[in-house]
Design a protein around this ligand. Sequence first.
Ligand code: ATP
Ligand code: SKM
Ligand code: MG
Length: 193
Amino acid sequence: MIETARAAAPLPHRQASGAVQRPVVLVGLMGAGKTTVGRKLAQMLDLPFVDTDQEIEDASRMTISELFATYGEAEFRALEARVVARLLDDGPRIVATGGGAYMNEGTRRLLAERSITVWLKAELDVLMDRVMKKPTRPLLQTPDPRATLKALMDVRYPVYALADLHVPTRNVKREAVAREILDQLERHPHFKA
Ligand SMILES: Nc1ncnc2c1ncn2[C@@H]1O[C@H](COP(=O)(O)OP(=O)(O)OP(=O)(O)O)[C@@H](O)[C@H]1O
Ligand SMILES: O=C(O)C1=C[C@@H](O)[C@@H](O)[C@H](O)C1
Ligand SMILES: [Mg+2]
């Protein structure tokens, strides 16, 4: 279900509203803050916010874990790619992707043509702290989730690095991360000041 951000209270960047020419798509590993920061950024820009994991769960009426268990990862990835592609047809908005969405080459090509991509980059310790708060993520159901996350980092970080903007998340507040994205967006050619 597409969620529309409620009118935000006046903020320093409010004049930027409506100036994003393309969807802004957040990519990065589980726990990087794509959903949390994406929602904040959408409020700041007064744009709709969409989370692909949520879209998939709403459409299938199943949780991501149930989808993995019932249909397998490959089917989930195919559905995810279709959902991301469809969201690019709906005009400027903030899109939080699932952690693996950007690993699909076709998805990356589409996103490069039609969106502004933002990599939320985080260190392993920060990610571990965060993902352990909700330990249901299907890919981390392993004997050593930290080693699994590290292995995913090694494979994925060179790919996430292809995104247009790189924003470190560290242990800064979600508002500060959203503002850093906004600062970088304002310097991007598809953002009209
Ligand atoms: N900047 C931040 N500071 C503190 N906590 C944060 C920050 N960003 C996210 N979190 C917390 O980290 C957890 C994971 O965040 P979130 O769900 O937004 O990550 P995600 O990138 O969307 O992960 P996934 O790929 O699994 O959907 C949440 O509990 C969230 O509240
Ligand atoms: O990093 C990943 O591959 C995933 C991240 C989550 O957002 C979900 O999309 C799912 O758990 C897979
Ligand atoms: Mg998320």
